[in-house]
Design a protein around this ligand. Structure first.
Ligand SMILES: [Zn+2]
Length: 288
């Protein structure tokens, strides 16, 4: 068997590091913070603070805008265009300074440019990890940063913990001119997307794709092919995208997971997920 060494083309979807690689470099928490002012990622609930500047929406720069009370010690995650980026979260009910708005990550119309969205998502994901990892999952002891990494070490039992990012498979199923789309109850009315789910114990991603489509929609698939992935910081998933062919079965949804699933002809698709998602990228790339 000949093994190809070519990888799928890099897909610079929002939230993938490649999209900000030229302007961002990581640091780790115990690196010295020079105190130089820079950019703020200020998370409020499901959004990030931004203001109009230079023809677009920008994150705050310089001193922390007055009137905001951080819920955490500012966490410097790296440098953005050569200056430090610090992340904080603020209370949901904080009244914002008049120049600022809280831009929702899941906004129907996204005002933030993709690189700003990606930087903010990265800050959100790291902040989530910082919050989740303050205590050891083995003994409950307090943890502290491991020098040179984003890992945490337990001060009591010395167990080490590293960032948790959860793999999911997301699958486009094709049957002739049709594709299988599904919707969850909590989605916007009329919107359909792809079947997706978390990796289970002992599974490969391809096995996960096969199982999720069978469990949620009752459909058997074959020719499961990996196409691209997207980091999804809500709060910490890695979406691995697949395209597969229908091989049998009738649609039978799991009502605990889905509200509906059906075959759509690719010439008349319903309302689809936002452009920022890998679901939409897969549909646009492989179903038109
Ligand atoms: Zn411990």
């Amino acid at each position: 068997m000949q093994i190809s060494t070519e990888y799928p083309e890099q897909v610079n979807l929002p939230f993938n590091f490649g999209l900000i690689r030229d302007n961002f470099s990581f640091r780790t928490p115990l690196d010295e913070d020079t105190g130089e002012t820079g950019t703020w990622v200020i998370i409020q609930g499901g959004g990030v603070l931004a203001h109009h500047a230079g023809g677009g929406m920008q994150l705050p720069e310089g001193e922390l805008p007055s009137g905001l009370t951080p819920k955490n010690t500012p966490l410097c995650i790296g440098s953005w265009q050569g200056k430090p980026v610090r992340v904080i979260s603020i209370l949901q009910n904080t009244v914002l300074p008049s120049a600022f708005s809280c831009e929702q990550f899941n906004a129907v119309v996204q005002n933030l440019d993709e690189d700003i969205l990606t930087l903010a998502g990265l800050g959100k994901q790291i902040l989530h990890w910082e919050r989740q990892s303050r205590h050891c999952s083995r003994c409950g002891g307090t943890t502290s940063w491991i020098r040179g990494s984003w890992g945490r070490a337990c001060l009591s039992c010395r167990a080490e913990h590293f960032p948790h990012i959860h793999p999911c498979a997301i699958v486009l199923v094709r049957r002739g001119d049709e594709i299988l789309l599904a919707r969850k109850r909590e989605w916007a009315p009329g919107r359909y997307g792809l079947v997706a789910g978390f990796l289970d114990f002992g599974e490969s991603l391809e096995e996960c794709a096969v199982r999720e489509v069978k469990e949620e929609a009752g459909i058997d698939i074959r020719n499961v092919r990996y196409v691209a992935s997207q980091n999804w910081p809500f709060p910490a998933q890695l979406m691995a995208g697949f395209v597969a062919d229908y091989s049998g079965g009738e649609i039978a949804i799991d009502p605990g997971e889905l509200e509906d699933a059906r075959w759509f002809n690719t010439s008349s698709l319903p309302d689809l997920p936002a452009k920022r998602s890998i679901a939409r990228w897969i549909i646009d790339t492989f179903a038109t």
